[in-house]
Design a binder for this molecule. Sequence first.
Ligand code: PLP
Length: 367
Amino acid sequence: MQGFVARKALEAISPYVAGKPIEETAREYGLDPARIVKLASNENPLGMSPGAKNAAMQALVNGTRYPDGAAQVVREAAAVFAGVSPDEVIVGNGSDEILGLIARTVLAPGDRCVYSQYSFSVYELSAQECAAQCVEVPAKDFHVDLDGLLAATDVNTRLIYITNPNNPTGLPLEPAALFNFLERVPEKCVVVLDEAYTDFMDEKLRTDSFAWVKKFPNLLVTRTFSKAYGLAGLRAGFGVANKELIEMMNRIRPPFNMNSAAQAAAVAALEDQAFLKTVVDSNTKERARLAAFFDELGLDQLPSQANFIMVRVGPKAAEINEAMLRRGVILRPLKSYGLPEYMRISVGSREENDIFMKAFREALSVK
Ligand SMILES: Cc1ncc(COP(=O)(O)O)c(C=O)c1O
């Protein structure tokens, strides 16, 4: 390599693998992009609330001005939503950014970062960037092993990432078990509770995680506007934690990290809880329909509490994926998670799911 010297820690990093974009698929397979169904990135098939869209458009008119670097309106709205104060809220250019910021806040080279097998790949990437030691704890029959995470947590462990419900498995954590886990984590170790998909869970499984922040000064809860609120392309997320931790993270948060359109849309999205309910109800209904379909096909699946389902399609997963792409349906193969026989299928709208099911029956019989 010539001309520059990259940090050694970066050598171990393999870049994030995103869902295949619609335009790319259209080009490669000679398809009309308007007819492609993308069920690969857990996006919202119902879009965003009309209020959020309108607010974003209005913000564009003022796009010449820098956004409010403190994102005051978003932090205030999120604080009301979470029942905390605005200085206990941090905003991110997507929650991804917050997952990275916390790593850079607490992980020095050589410190340990612990997370479960089958976790969101950004956790490992964020820790690797800090030259931390990544400790992946084997899952137990696909479930996060909370005792295993604790056993892997030593005096040098500064960060644990947990997702509830988890991506890509869709499996939830039991609220009492999670609380009990938090009580046992050493104080010097920050726990990130990533709740990107929490809106899709059954009410009885939801945790009182924002209230837990008052009890656990080492807890950071992250939320995204990308999934249930439908703002994935605008990039908006927030985190809630003890104000000292938030203040530390804010020291390295890039100025103006949440753009004006994202700020305006995020506030309007939080206000429109009726739209959120429509989204969640549709997801619950359609997820059940997809689950029944996979049962009918005799495929193993995990009982999902999110807006996707992880399904075992078998050793021909790559061929089936290819056959689906030819039919204009983009799914998420899970080879990069060490699950070469599995795919993750996002729950679409009723119409999208109909198209998916028809194509999937055909693709399974092609082989
Ligand atoms: C578990 C989990 N956390 C966080 C994110 C990041 O979402 P965003 O950066 O769009 O807020 C995702 C996105 O796929 C996710 O699956």
